[in-house]
Design a protein. Structure first.
Length: 184
């Protein structure tokens, strides 16, 4: 479970993590985001993973720098996960990555979504949806995983795929939008 900030710390952050509509322009949320971005920048410069930035990852997780997060606190990464360089983990909502999963370079996981209504969008309203990636999954370089997607155990997402829907266990998907190629 994602630890929520107290209401005194930030109501918008708590709404974001719960999947409720929130305002990404909220000053307190923006300040927290900026704090986490500064930590992310320091990690990328030092190449040393900081537990203050990523408190919910296994100790044997390998992350190649640079990598990019929104908050870090909403990432839940299991044992023996490998994350290659230039990966973006936009963890406005929780992102769960199962053990022995591999993310290729330039993979992007996006949890936030914006309203189609331009007025609401310009006012900063968003809704974030969790991403769940199973065990022993391989996501090829440059793949994009959109909000609310779950990827089953042993699945393979081809390089460059744009995953808009759930991926069943032990299947290969490819393309834009990603489509089933075969079972494995």
């Amino acid at each position: 479970m994602t630890p929520l900030l107290t209401s005194a710390q930030n109501k918008q952050f708590n709404k974001m993590v719960r999947g409720e509509q929130y305002n990404c322009f909220d000053p307190e949320l923006s300040n927290y985001w900026q704090q986490q971005q500064a930590l992310n920048h320091r990690v990328n410069l030092s190449c040393n993973i900081d537990r203050d930035l990523l408190p919910n990852i296994a100790t044997d997780t390998v992350i190649r720098t640079p990598f990019f997060i929104s908050y870090g606190i909403n990432l839940f990464i299991a044992e023996q996960v490998f994350i290659n360089a230039n990966v973006t983990l936009q963890d406005n909502a929780p992102i769960h990555i199962g053990r022995q999963t591999m993310l290729g370079p330039n993979v992007q996981l996006y949890t936030a979504n914006h309203p189609l209504d331009p007025t609401k969008r310009c006012q900063g309203f968003e809704i974030a949806q969790s991403i769940h990636i199973g065990e022993r999954v391989w996501i090829g370089g440059g793949a994009i995983i959109l909000p609310g997607v779950s990827i089953g155990d042993d699945a393979v997402v081809a390089a460059g795929a744009v995953v808009t829907k759930d991926v069943p266990t032990a299947t290969v998907v490819a393309g834009n939008p990603a489509k089933w190629l075969k079972s494995i």
